[in-house]
Design a binder for this molecule. Sequence first.
Ligand code: FAD
Length: 481
Amino acid sequence: MRTFYDVIIIGAGPAGIFAAMELLHHSNDLSILMLDKGRTLARRICPARTTGICHNCEPCAITSGFSGGGAFSDGKLSLVSEVGGRLTDYLSKDTVQSLIDYANDMYQSFGAPDIVYGLNQKAVDDLKYEASKYDIQLIPCPVRHLGTDASMVVLGAMYKYLTGHKNFRFLELSTVQEILVNSGKAAGVRLQRKGEAPMDVGAQYVIAAAGRGGAAWFLNESRRLGLRTENNEVDIGVRVEVPNAIIDHLTKDLYEAKLVYYSDTFDNRVRTFCMNPGGVVSEERYEGDLAVVNGHSYNDPALRTDNTNFALLVSTSFTEPFDEPIEYGKYIARLANMLTGDGVMVQRLGDLLKGRRTDKDRLKKSTTIPTLASAVPGDLSYALPHRYLMSIVECLKALENIVPGIYSRNTLLYGIEVKFYSAKVEVNSNLATKIQGLYAVGDGAGLTRGLMQASAAGIVAARDIAGISLPAQIQKGRSCL
Ligand SMILES: Cc1cc2nc3c(=O)[nH]c(=O)nc-3n(C[C@H](O)[C@H](O)[C@H](O)COP(=O)(O)OP(=O)(O)OC[C@H]3O[C@@H](n4cnc5c(N)ncnc54)[C@H](O)[C@@H]3O)c2cc1C
């Protein structure tokens, strides 16, 4: 293996992949090494996806490997700059939108389906008006839906494109332990490959794209390297599951209805997130053992279920002196794991409102059949703080006005869903840190929280390395194949 590359990319999620594709688009000569602690796409096999039972694999196939969190994701590409991250804090809204349009074209050129939901303006306006009558805000957001099945195909095509390039190398099962810095300049990485002694690989540029799974590591590295960091909020809540029939009128036009409600008692912001019509609830693991809930769906109509699921999340920004929001979120998820023995909990809304646990017999009576068979019936009120629980219940009650039937005793609530947003690392508008040649992009740098903005962030860093100024480079409709 070479001991020096022009660019090393840490993490093979959408941020890393789009950085690599953009670099290769601008220069055939740059040598690029992409490292990921997980496996190549074809070798990412998650037993929980087929058997419903998590085997605590190390590394976790859901969060690590080529495609990062994107591999088993629902592949909902949010096509507006207001959704999926905070890139507009660093770049103008127009620039972010152009980057999203550009990345959207790239996804399509690698086989993403043509259909975009949320473009029926009349339907969007009608739903927006109806929601506003009940203090619910609808955030319009066109969505291109890949589905878990098509995501694999699209990302597989990107893998083929990248690995087919003579100057690109991807190494799986390769964990970066340290970012090497020499006289204030990025110098490479210290790498640990499974079963081998750590080795140093040099580079002129390092792009850190470690995602949420690598957030804690990158935060420590940033602190060690003297980079300034700022806490992000933490989103804590549940995943709601209802029959499709109850919510079809929202999802058929929008696919994903992004709704925001400020709770009556605590005035906390509660939002819907990651809506999966005809989808399945799933379990994902952080740090090998922490079980949290998520959801996804398939593009193939034959794989659609009778249920729709979505997250209902309460956002909290902690103020001084508390500065461990990620640990706080994990603590609450661990509490729920402790109560179930290990794994995700499920409770009927009716049981929660009556102050009793859902047990196996009560769950059997549920007219909404859980799609996550391994979820353990229990009582969420033992794990979720009152503030979160109240806010979620009040939001569901308000949603009943526009989604009749959702505030029903058979609505299923799975816990805990936690979205950890990494601490924000200080970067400039090219997403470069103050260490020359070191870039911080994607979810792991606390800048993004979705596929599209993570992809756009990778493009920004790549263009800076390639010496391309942003606006001049935005050419809509270019195919990079
Ligand atoms: C189940 C699921 C469903 C989702 N559904 C959607 C959706 O429908 N729409 C949407 O917009 N978003 C969705 N997301 C979120 C989306 O996947 C992420 O926002 C996106 O993948 C972030 O991209 P990223 O490149 O920043 O990080 P990631 O995709 O997380 O990739 C980071 C990579 O870095 C690697 N890594 C971390 N630390 C190290 C290290 N020290 N050394 C080497 N490698 C390291 C990890 O193994 C990982 O592969 C979903 C996420 C999950 C888990």
